[in-house]
Design a protein around this ligand. Sequence first.
Ligand SMILES: *[C@@H]1O[C@H](CO)[C@@H](O)[C@H](O)[C@H]1NC(C)=O
Ligand SMILES: *[C@@H]1O[C@H](CO)[C@@H](O)[C@H](O)[C@H]1NC(C)=O
Length: 390
Amino acid sequence: MNTLLSFVLFCLINFHKSIFAFVPSGRGNHNAVLIDKRLYFHGGLRADEGYASYPLFYLDVSKSFTTHDISLMPWTDLSSISSVTYKAGATACVDETTIYYIGGFHSGGFVSKFDTISLQWSEPTTSGSIPREYMKYDHCVILGHNIYVYGGYTVHQMNILDTSKLLWSTFTSSLIYSGTQNYSATLLNDSILYIGGTFGSYDGCQTNSNQELPISIFNINDNTWRIVTTSGQIPTRKCHHASVYIPQHNRILLFYGADDITINSLDTLTFTWTIPVILNSGGPLRCLEDHTATLVGAYVLIAFGYYQTDEDVLISSDIFLLDVSRKDSYKWVTIYDPINSIQPVPASPTSTSNFNIGSVITGTIGVTIGMIIGGVIMIFLNRANYIRLP
Ligand SMILES: *[C@@H]1O[C@H](CO)[C@@H](O)[C@H](O)[C@H]1NC(C)=O
Ligand SMILES: *[C@@H]1O[C@H](CO)[C@@H](O)[C@H](O)[C@H]1NC(C)=O
């Protein structure tokens, strides 16, 4: 009996390994973009070693997985697609099913385009007031077909790429945002919120002197800037972080950054900062920077980046999952469940819900069976002395 069970497990594992054989290496300054249940990763650097190999791959988030061992996650490599180029410190925005990668260090064009339906990579030629090569470590947002990218090394300028015409235009105004790189950008209604960033040097991180960290907001309708003062538990410094917007909870979450081990939450209605409640310990144990954070279903998936240590920079190949389904009780988890969803904060106490209990039960059973099988495989793997990531 035992032998039979071992044999079945052996076959299962080898079947599993042969499908998900690709394992991405760690990297920082990469991009992560979610389109239709696939989280596409592109580019990145391995600190001083140069571009990370395997520039294009995705994680299938329609399936359940565990983050204990990234080699068992459902990755698919797309790096062998014809003419894929390398980039690092670029920014990525999605127009329907096409990803535009802009700026950064690059082995191909300044703008690259990946069609996720036809799986074609191309380097389109753009026209108009094309930004110069200073556009690195920036973050874009997209509204309609317009991609907004602010800044550059010393350039305080809003750059807009109209993807339907592949045409660039630029805006400067008297009130400008001072951080030009390593910030985060979030689209809210017709405004873009810029938080943190650096000013012309690595150590020029935006810090919280005089107990305030004003936020700059760019209005897309009239191309003007305004400054909003914030209150609450204002972050002490913010740069090289990653951010996620959770519309159901009116929150922007900021993850880590240079010399920074905290997660900060900004209420987008009141502009109040808090440190979100997390029920358990987990997540990175050191300062993490130049990583990505993406809202995937009910989770924030934090991928790769650089760990700062006293004497060195360590390249992370870790994936962390924060379950954000409940606004005031986040938790660190290692199992991703595609059925879990974000609980909206009820608008009134009498809000009626008419969800289908049948599908919930079926889903729960499916996940339970999946977890049991996954659990048995994990136990077997541990017995078989598989090397765990530190
Ligand atoms: C966005 O719109 C909502 C609802 O109209 C409003 O309450 C909120 O203040 C707006 N946010 C910004 C940043 O303008
Ligand atoms: C942004 O960070 C990079 C390193 O990751 C640094 O080289 C660059 O100077 C920073 N940009 C600014 C404007 O400080």
